[in-house]
Design a protein around this ligand. Sequence first.
Ligand code: WTA
Length: 651
Amino acid sequence: MLKKLFQRKNRETTVVLMNESKLYKPSAATLKNATVLNTEAVYKDALKNPVKYWEEAARELEWYLPWKKAFSEPKKHFFNWFVGGKCNIVHNALDRHMGTPTEKKTAIIWESDHGKRRKLTYKELKSAVCKMANGLKSLGIKKGDRVAIYMQNTPEIAISMLACAKIGAMHSVVYAGFSAHALRDRIDDAKAKILITSDVGYRSGKHIDMYSLCNEAVKGAKSIKHMVVVKREESTRKKNAKRDVWYHELVEGQSEICKTTVMDSEDPLFVLYTSGTTSKPKGIIHVHGGYMVGINRTFHWVMDVKPNDVYWCSADPGWITGHSYIIYAPLMAGITTVMFEGAPNYPKPDRLWKVIEKNKVSIFYTAPTLIRSLMRFGDEWVEKHDLSSLRLLGSVGEPINPEAWRWYHKVVVKGKLPIMDTWWQTETGSFMIAPLPATTLKAGSATRPLPGIIADVVDKRGKSVRRGEGGYLVIKNPWPSMLRGVFNNPERYLKTYWKEIPGYYLTGDLAHKDKDGYFWIQGRSDDVLSIAGHRIGTAEIESALVSHPAAAEAAVIGKPHPVKGESAKAFVILKQGYEPSEKLVDALKKQIRKELGPIAVTDEVEFVDKLPKTQRKDYAASFKGKGARPGRRGYVGARRLNHLQNTQLNG
Ligand code: WTA
């Protein structure tokens, strides 16, 4: 019975999505601007020889020394691009603009939570980066060292990241919504020598004590030698005299010149932690050469960048979207990038539209959660503002439901502008499935794999499924900006991405292709949730819960949420001697907040006697892509439990 209901539900989902078949053709104005017009020929050419395609893309950037070989696989599933090439992403993001008209252009427009604005030209940014790079050197940072950064969306986060890259150190940015525990885990794993932070941060008018949180995080973190603190308020705060350095004192008196370190294409640029199916996050490694090529080409082609664009990506630099498309790609393109510290509805629900109007933003890239949350306030907040500077929109992080897509399209840009729905991951480094401006769009589909990328939907054995059928989303060819591994854990890299469906990169997402070959992302196939676009592993939340003395066992599932896309619900078995109560629910939520941070806190906690056991066989048989994975520890995995629960409820 359950199996039947499940099948029906699954089929319905597919049909509903495929009904969304209205086509949105590009306008004459969009076509006039589009960098790539002859799209079909470009796709065909790239498909014939993806390596050649990427080599051509690499030639758009400057190299200290050209590569000898475009691509190699020195060890199975470990790939190298632009072998023998010498480069540094910072040379392309900053150095090469010096002495050109771009040096006088605004590189960063920053707006704080309170509405304070600061602008930095490319020249000013370069000198700030050099000073910080020299400062880091004076603290003993060398090529290959890891530097942790935990900061709000401020110019100093960009300066610090670029300073690390300039001298060949790896940055490890930790999203500033994570807890002290989560920060410590990431510092320990990367063995970071320095933590860069600020004394306070601001969000929605609230004051966040960053220093105390970092102080707690680095207590016992053996690798940390120094904490560099940006002073944002006049405080008499006592600091640890031996360990702490004020940012402004560190850069004061440093030279504005710092030679950019010549890196090998395959030298690491950064590590960025992301959630997986275990309680320990994975440190995803990206390198200088391939990463800069991937983000540069995709940014130019998908976002259709022109020299005078003012571009705003409303993500946080603590996620891959911020790394690739707030900082590195826009700076390589020599355009103006907006950094915004505040919240979209503070002080009023039109803050976001105000920022666009005030800064004459021409390209706006955001997440479906944000669109849904602003939709709720009504059209009048949008209509109060002149948004005529906009010429292109983007979306990322989770499937954009057709209703939100249409609102974004109709209310925000009066049906005139295209929306680039970009599917990609921390691991992919750059956009993978996304339209080009000249592409005909369908609301809710990221359309097709970009040139140079071969993606498919397959079953467990790696066989392509029929159009309209669900299955595993895989990438069939290596690409330059792909991850180079999991920090200090090659086995996990191989197991997660290459062993499940041999020969292909496993994305962890479920998808289907429609009759036109358009891809529709249906969510994750593993136990990773996307809460308001933030990637959180259910195993991480479960582990946080059982660290509370009252919790014996826990299972966390994702539930559909009208605004956040997904929310977490926890089932908890209590230890003997503990009774269910509202107080205990609060205590468990607090525990999650303490272990992981506010972004991971579950909406619901339910006390149960037994956790649901896996019904693996039934589930696997009922899944159209024939690919359910064994449940962890014998419990039903989050995604599956979610489906089962909904099925039961609906049935
Ligand atoms: C999801 C964010 C549907 C997907 C760049 C992926 C999306 C995960 C989209 C990666 C999209 C991202 N449509 N789903 N346009 N973009 N996702 O690593 O499940 O934070 O695997 O990278 O977000 O999340 P991550």
